[in-house]
Ligand binder design. Structure first.
Ligand code: NAD
Length: 318
């Protein structure tokens, strides 16, 4: 019988689906230095992680009983995938399960940015009529998203889900992607109707120049930042930017400079160059809306992730 260790957690729906197939699931958090012993002593054949647990070459070498490593989520930066595969270990992830949740978080940050909600939430608890009136004045020059141009860099699963939401809000959507020239986006409505919209790729510099807001959805890059000083200079004055992909894709030093010089109006960040300890100048910046890498952290996404892991584990191990 296979035993699963879910070291960064798994949804109850995922546990139920695995147990239904006779697979035992242990949900606990074993410290990195004890992981090797725990896996070997408990006869674990499946190790499930999210982004926290690192699955290194030395862990793989030390645990010959491992048959499968599963990542609940998309990015596999924390797993030595090639090495695991070379040892005959299955490596799986759940790429589609969290796209909608990440896209919705992007809009949370965009709406914070244009209506100053992150600051209003911090400032409102101070009591007094004069404080309320002052805040009302400070936050009176918001913007609507409808009619504005949303530029999306990286037009895979999350980029497209974000585009669909943008189109739904009445925005013009531009996209740039290394591998896609055009895309058909089908929008499904609650009453069963659907509309398909065809979009054609934009050059990066055109997208940067024309967009009021930019959201980036590319994987970790080997060649450094995708957006840095030069790209910020090309952007419209007063534009906003959201990064819910990976830290290290945006140059945070250049970002802070662009915000301080008023070139950019705001940024929304779910991921950080120095995660899990973002720089204080990022954490305290009034023009940055923050979230602690929670793009996929909704009950709906976690349910889908758990079920998708269970389905793949069952089919690969049986
Ligand atoms: P995906 O593979 O479906 O799409 C990525 C797209 O980016 C691809 O179409 C690829 O061609 C394109 N691309 C790669 N490099 C590019 C570049 N330099 N310029 C333009 N296009 C480029 O991936 P996805 O599922 O949409 O995920 C996107 C990102 O979101 C990943 O980095 C993933 O790790 C991250 N993510 C974050 C969270 C979170 O909690 N914030 C959750 C899930 C995924």
């Amino acid at each position: 019988m296979h035993k699963v260790l879910a070291n960064d957690g798994i949804s109850q729906s995922g546990i139920d689906a695995l147990e239904k197939e006779g697979i035992e699931v242990i949900v606990t958090k074993v410290a990195p230095e004890q992981l090797e012993n725990y896996i070997n002593q408990n006869g674990i054949s499946v190790l499930l992680v999210r982004s926290a647990t690192k699955v290194t070459k030395s862990l793989i070498d030390a645990c010959p009983g491992l048959k499968l490593i599963g990542r609940g989520g998309v990015g596999m930066d924390n797993i030595d995938v090639e090495y695991a595969k070379s040892k005959g270990i299955h490596v799986i992830n759940t790429p589609a399960s969290s796209s909608q949740s990440v896209a919705e978080l992007v809009f949370g940050h965009l709406l914070n940015g244009v209506r100053f909600l992150h600051n209003a939430n911090r400032d409102m608890p101070l009591e007094g009529d004069s404080n309320f009136k002052q805040l009302k004045k400070s936050y009176s020059e918001g913007h609507e998203l409808k009619g504005k141009t949303l530029g999306i860099i990286g037009f895979g699963r999350i980029g497209r889900a974000t585009a669909q939401m943008g189109l739904g809000m009445g925005m013009k959507v531009l996209f740039n992607d290394h591998h896609h020239e055009e895309a058909d986006l089908t929008m499904d409505f609650f009453d069963g109707q659907s509309v398909t919209i065809k979009l054609t790729v934009s050059k990066l510099d055109e997208l940067l120049k024309q967009s009021d807001f930019i959201s980036i959805h590319v994987p970790s890059q080997k060649n450094g930042y995708v957006l840095g000083k030069n790209e910020f200079e090309m952007m419209k004055a007063g534009a906003g930017i959201v990064n819910a992909s990976r830290g290290g894709i945006i140059d945070e030093v250049a970002l802070v400079e662009a915000l301080n010089s008023e070139k950019l109006a705001f940024a929304g960040l779910d991921v950080f160059e120095s995660e899990p300890n973002p720089e204080i100048k990022i954490l305290m910046h009034p023009k940055i809306s923050l979230s602690p890498h929670i793009g996929a952290s909704t009950n709906e996404a976690q349910d889908r992730i758990g079920l998708e892991l269970a389905t793949q584990i069952t089919s690969l191990l049986n």
